[in-house]
Design a protein around this ligand. Sequence first.
Ligand SMILES: [Zn+2]
Length: 179
Amino acid sequence: MKNKHLLQQVLNAKDDYYRFKRGCLAEINAGGIGDSLIVVSLNVPGFPKRSQAADELFDRFMQEVQRQCDARLLLVLRNIANNYGFLSCELTATEAKRHCVYLESSNPIYRLLDADCFSKHGETISRTDLGEPKRRCLLCGRDCQDCIVSRRHKIEDVRAKYEEYLAMCSLLSLHQAQM
Ligand SMILES: [Zn+2]
């Protein structure tokens, strides 16, 4: 019963994501705030989806995307399913995606983040559209989507790897704060 409740909450949270995404695209289409939409979220295997370390990592990556793409922050949605950051920028979705792919691979801990780029008509630009390799699985290095679909790993194992990455991130932040 408790699980059913949780599932419903996650579904509602996803609905919110789609609603906000539509709203942001409408705003971009109305003109004056850019040409494309970037949505930043975390890639979290299992539950819970949120934690202080996860939120901090998300915030840090958001700042990097803002800087790298000279993007404007539209809104941040934090709910049970994820952190979602909605940004608009003057770049085309393809150019924005190129910058985001660069950022995602600029630091190992950014493997936990996704930056989806959409044209103002809502078309997604994927890594493969740019001739870039797909995201790699944290555990085995194969195509991440392939591991998910074929359920290659136990969720506990993927989760443990995720926690390891997050811990690494906290250490790095601490280190930077002391410098
Ligand atoms: Zn794998």
